[in-house]
Design a protein around this ligand. Structure first.
Ligand code: EPZ
Length: 430
């Protein structure tokens, strides 16, 4: 299995281009099959999760053509199957957006029931509640979610919990329903707004995305469009944390600073200097890192997908910090790995007490999930000596050319496929 091998203690410097948002692209690509004409999506990140979803769309008969690494043409006109196999859902949960898209357009869909994952149980009860509110019959049989309706009528849905996935999936299903759908207590993440903007560019009538209430007036047809995905706020935040952990000075380009407000505010509390431009942010971390407290919240609060990365930076701050994970119940699995690098973190329930240590020391660690894997790379970049990170396919699910972008910022990091590669790297950097 491939691994990253890293020689730490190099302050990152230079500029890095941030790619399209994985979590927006997954939803927009799924939604694109609802249009009757060809849709062109640009700024699509070239990561594994996207490739898996595109394969799932081809499997049900959609036309999928990458015109270049970051641009995809989609046409759903010849879809000939309404069943998405377990093979795809087991690889990426977000395949369940095809449920909302197929139900919305064809009034029928069968999608394998998504399992839990590394960070928690990940139920989908709110998605199903929304579909039923629109008049769909939803049954779960033999591991399949089977949804169908003679027609879908707009409904009034209150989400018991703020859920990105449920908000998006219900928006998809209701965009071609008869009449008005009102969804309350919705997620306000930038990628929810991106999906609403995409659907509206196809002729949908969706208002209020980014606020607590979304109103959708269903339409009979959706036409083709050209659309560009928003920048990835989590990839951006990950690079800012890498600069903070290594005492670096970098500029991240092609970002929307407003989407980074909560992350930037915490990095400033930690003693970093940040300058915001129209579509870039510069961070300089020349001062000693200061402790702070962080609670993950729904947008615009501090993002849960940035929790492992900021905890890793706080692990070498000068004092004790507290991080509370309020979204998922099992998102500290990486702490044991970080402890192997010298971290002093005590996890009690959904709270981590982090006693800053002077430095991390390189070790062999294993990525338990996507964002935790990125956090362990950050620890390796800051650590004294050599770190190897196993199971990097998790990281490759959501970060395009992670090691290449880091190398361009001065990091000494390579992909190794064998112990021999690790030895060669160690000789090269010694
Ligand atoms: C999306 O997951 C993201 N994934 C996650 O990013 C992200 O962590 C999460 O939103 C929160 O921002 C994609 O967009 C593909 P939720 P999602 O529904 O939609 C509970 C990454 O690293 N809930 O907002 O599954 C749920 O258990 C990934 O890129 C229900 O109870 O998250 C959780 O506690 C990791 N019932 C809370 O809501 C439901 O029907 C928020 O989950 C749905 C969710």
């Amino acid at each position: 299995m491939e691994q990253y091998v890293i020689k730490g203690m190099v302050p990152l410097s230079g500029e890095v281009e941030i790619g399209g948002a994985k979590n927006a692209a997954l939803a927009v690509l799924a939604a694109s099959i609802m249009a009757d004409e060809t849709v062109k999506i640009e700024n699509v990140p070239d990561v594994r999760d996207i490739s898996v979803l595109l394969s799932a769309m081809e499997q049900i008969g959609a036309y999928v053509h990458r015109t270049d690494r970051h641009t995809v043409l989609i046409n759903g006109r010849n879809i000939d199957s309404l069943r998405v196999d377990y093979e795809y859902i087991s690889k990426i949960r977000a395949s369940y957006y095809l449920l909302g898209a197929l139900l919305g357009k064809y009034k029928r869909a069968e999608v394998a029931f998504p399992g839990g994952c590394d960070i928690g149980s990940r139920p989908i009860d709110l998605h199903l509640k929304g579909f039923r509110s629109l008049g769909a019959d939803v049954e779960i049989e033999h591991g399949l979610i089977m949804a169908h309706a003679n027609h879908l009528d707009g409904g009034h849905i209150y989400l018991d919990k703020v859920s990105v996935g449920a908000t998006i999936n219900i928006m998809l299903a209701s965009s071609m329903a008869r009449g008005r759908t009102v969804i309350e207590n919705v997620a306000k993440e930038p990628h929810v707004v991106d999906v609403a903007n995409f659907l509206n560019s196809c002729g949908a009538h969706i208002r209020g995305a980014g606020t607590d209430v979304i109103r959708i007036d269903g339409v009979e047809k959706l036409h083709g469009t050209e659309y560009s995905i928003i920048p990835d706020q989590i990839e951006a935040g990950t690079f800012l944390c890498a600069a903070a952990a290594t005492g670096g000075d970098i500029t991240i380009r092609n970002v929307i600073p407003k989407h980074l407000e909560a992350t930037n505010a915490k990095l400033i509390e930690m003693g970093c200097e940040l300058v915001e431009y129209d579509d870039a942010v510069r961070i300089a971390a020349k001062n000693t890192l200061l402790p702070t407290s962080v609670t993950t919240l729904v947008y615009p609060g501090f993002p849960t997908d940035m929790q492992p990365q900021v905890t890793t930076v706080l692990g070498i701050a000068n004092g004790t910090s507290v991080v509370t994970e309020s979204i998922f119940e099992n998102r500290y699995r990486y702490v044991d790995e970080l402890s192997r690098m010298g971290a002093s973190i005590q996890v009690e329930g959904n709270t981590a007490i982090i006693k800053g240590v002077e430095k991390y020391t390189g070790a062999r660690v294993c990525a338990p999930d996507l964002r935790a894997g990125a956090a362990l790379v950050i620890a390796g970049l800051a650590a004294e000596g050599i770190t190897t990170v196993d199971d990097i396919y998790y990281i490759q699910r959501g970060y395009e050319d992670f090691e290449g972008k880091l190398r361009n910022l001065g990091a000494r990091i390579e992909v190794a496929s064998s112990e021999k590669d690790v030895r060669k790297f160690e000789l090269k950097v010694s």
